[in-house]
Write a protein that binds this ligand. Structure first.
Ligand code: 5GP
Ligand code: MG
Length: 195
């Protein structure tokens, strides 16, 4: 009998596939934190997290980093009820902290076409930080439109629309502890999306 932990439907009935279990995510987050610490040493840096998608990843990653850190968030337009990026992303809420002459680590959930990370990196660079590095949990290399790579990458993934661990479809599924792929019939604009 398959272990219930490996059965996507046991985690959520709308999942067709689990790409990363909760345990796999936690293991990778720990090793990623070690990579980040090896670059910054003991220095302070400022984390800029792209909300909402990167909330869980940021929260878990930060707890594995014992450097002095500051946290700020930027909100960028979301996909809404679509599973593909449409048009150009826009910043809805920008920084609150001053990042001039600070070391900045920009964190996002997933690097897809690259438009979001490009937009936000350009904004941050204009504010004259000492340094800017980028960290993403997931990288969908096949979909890149803007030539851009992240400094720290959790996992490379195939061109599939994923949910869970902060990532949503029409604002649902962010609370799943794993990262998975929705059943095809669940990737269409759902009735509850209008309510
Ligand atoms: P990009 O601007 O690189 O095309 O897209 C980055 C943003 O699109 C991410 O911050 C994320 O919000 C969203 N995104 C891209 N791919 C996926 C995906 O597979 N699932 C979900 N839920 N969001 C995605
Ligand atoms: Mg996002």
């Amino acid at each position: 009998m398959p272990d219930a932990k490996d059965d996507p439907v046991a985690i959520h009935p709308d999942l067709a596939e689990v790409l990363f279990t909760e345990a796999q995510l936690q293991t990778r987050v720990k090793s990623l934190a070690a990579e980040i610490k090896s670059v910054y040493g003991k220095d302070e840096f400022t984390i800029v997290s792209l909300i909402n998608g990167a909330v869980m990843f940021t929260a878990d990653l930060m707890r594995e980093i014992d450097n002095p850190v500051r946290l700020d968030c930027i909100r960028v337009t979301s996909y809404g009820v679509h599973t593909k990026s449409i048009g150009t992303p826009q910043i809805i809420h920008s920084l609150t902290l001053d990042i001039m002459k600070r070391d900045v680590l920009l964190i996002d959930d997933i690097l897809d076409t690259g438009k979001t990370l490009k937009l936000v990196s350009d904004l941050i660079r204009k504010l004259s930080p000492s340094s800017l590095r980028t960290c993403v949990l997931l990288d969908k290399k096949a979909r890149r439109e803007v030539p851009l790579e992240a400094d720290f990458v959790g996992f490379e993934i195939p061109d599939k629309f994923v949910v869970g661990y902060g990532l949503d479809f029409a604002e649902r599924y962010r609370n799943l502890p794993c990262i998975g792929v929705l059943k095809p019939e669940r990737q269409k604009a759902p009735v509850w999306a209008s309510g």
